[in-house]
Design a protein around this ligand. Structure first.
Ligand code: URA
Length: 440
């Protein structure tokens, strides 16, 4: 076999065999296939797609490319280990609130998260706005923290699905992110290798997601649920709205603050609703809890402060400064804050979430090439969401930028991302669909 033949076969729209896919994946992890051929392969898949069988083979090869964890070596056999993963969105800080809530409900959460991808932000980059917080844990540290605190969020280690780690970084900078087989195999390879018994997938759908239509999101959700169920995992995919930014904050430190406010029951309504929906689904898969009971327990751990304390303990255990959790106003703050005035009075009809994500990336919150540093202080706070009434000149958003020129450019872009009209419109729903391998 040789990499060029495999790239050409896919480029020409032919189906690859399991052996070819496995050989290619092993080759690039071993360093025998260079980045430019892996990038060409990704582009061929982007244009030609893959069958479900090819995607399953790619997922399995990537999951087998490194360590495959067994968290039951440190947790009792009867504890169901539940993981969650989002397909990526704008302002998606869900893990930061869901992880502590679910852990406070007594279900251990030991999770590997990613960095930003394309126009979306990543959980690890967000948490790095807390000075000292470290995503790089040894297996022993991961296990110890899971046992002692019940909550670990770590970066993908070099040894866990290394094939995905390499491909992910290349896709981010080669325009090959929004591909159903590449997203499905990326997410599911990590999830299978990380050893969870049950997985809740938050499949984002809309302008700020890689899947823009419900049909595409459902196809991705079904495929991932099928791949996981075939590997013996309990699976649910929630298809959730990503037309407009989630919550109000977009940008790393701003999102960490919003997640912390949500743990104090002071988060934006749409974000709170999503957090509770995802957490309830995790409690259903992990403990068999019916939705009402799950929501009651979620409310309880928020109200009694135990979810927030879980977050604090998790941050401290991973080297983060707990004073920043107690005093979020001390988190990195951009030098310039500039409001985006509404050009006219009316109702917010639409907010182009992707444009908001790209604006935050252009402010310094995203990467242009592999390994770029990002500015965690920049971002946007959306004061007005779809359905809200606004007065002419009232602030739609506040831009947080490093300097006046960057802020002014962002103000223009954000203004263009908002559509304001005379007609009243209803707020957008959060949950579009649920596809599960389990009967409720
Ligand atoms: N999240 C991932 O882990 N991979 C993707 O490809 C997209 C979102």
């Amino acid at each position: 076999m040789n990499p060029v033949d495999i790239i050409i076969k896919k480029r020409d729209g032919l189906a690859l065999t399991d052996d070819e896919i496995g050989w290619f994946v092993r080759g690039f992890v071993a360093g025998a296939i260079p980045d430019y051929q892996v990038a060409a392969f990704a582009m061929a898949v982007y244009f030609q797609n893959m069958s479900d069988a090819e995607t399953t083979a790619l997922t399995q090869a990537m999951a087998a490319s490194g360590d495959q964890l067994d968290l039951h070596t440190v947790l009792p056999k009867d504890v169901v280990i539940v993981d969650k993963h989002s397909s990526g969105g704008i302002g998606d800080k869900t893990t930061l609130a869901v992880g502590p809530i679910v852990a406070a409900c007594g279900l251990p959460v030991g999770k590997m998260s990613g960095r930003g991808l394309g126009f979306t932000g990543g959980t690890i980059d967000k948490l790095e706005s807390i000075a000292g917080w470290n995503p790089e844990l040894s297996d022993a540290q991961f296990h110890q923290q899971l046992q002692q605190i019940g909550l670990v969020i770590a970066g993908q280690t070099a040894d866990l699905a290394p094939a995905d780690k390499q491909l992910y970084a290349l896709r981010d900078v080669t325009g090959t992110v929004p591909s159903l087989p590449l997203i499905a195999s990326s997410i599911m390879s990590k999830k299978l290798a990380a050893g969870a018994d049950a997985i809740v997938l938050d499949v984002k759908c809309g302008r700020g997601a890689f899947m823009e239509t419900l049909a595409e999101a459902q196809a991705l959700a079904r495929l991932m649920v099928a791949i996981g169920a075939r590997a013996g995992r309990k699976m649910t995919a929630l298809i959730t709205q990503m037309e407009q930014p989630l919550g109000r904050a977009v940008g790393h430190a701003l999102e960490v603050k919003e997640a912390m406010a949500t743990l104090h029951d002071q988060g934006p309504a749409d974000f709170q609703e999503l957090v509770q929906t995802v957490a309830a689904e995790m409690l259903f898969l992990g403990k068999g809890m019916p939705p009402d009971a799950a929501r009651a327990q979620i409310q309880q751990v928020i109200q009694n402060g135990s979810a927030f304390q879980k977050f604090r303990a998790f941050v401290a255990a991973q080297g983060g400064d707990p004073q920043l959790v107690d005093r979020p106003e001390k988190l990195p703050l951009a030098a310039v804050q500039m409001d985006v005035p509404a050009p006219q009075a009316g109702f917010v009809q639409r907010i182009d979430a992707r444009a908001v994500g790209l604006t935050v990336a252009a402010l310094g919150g995203g990467r242009q090439k592999k390994g770029d540093a990002i500015d965690v202080s920049v971002g946007v706070i959306c004061h007005a969401k779809v359905g809200d009434a606004v007065q002419a000149g009232a602030p739609l958003c506040t831009v947080h930028a490093a300097d006046e020129a960057a802020a002014e450019a962002a103000v223009q872009r954000i203004q263009a991302a908002y559509e304001i009209g005379a007609e009243a419109v209803a707020p957008l729903p959060i949950l579009y669909d649920r596809i599960s391998s389990q009967v409720e």
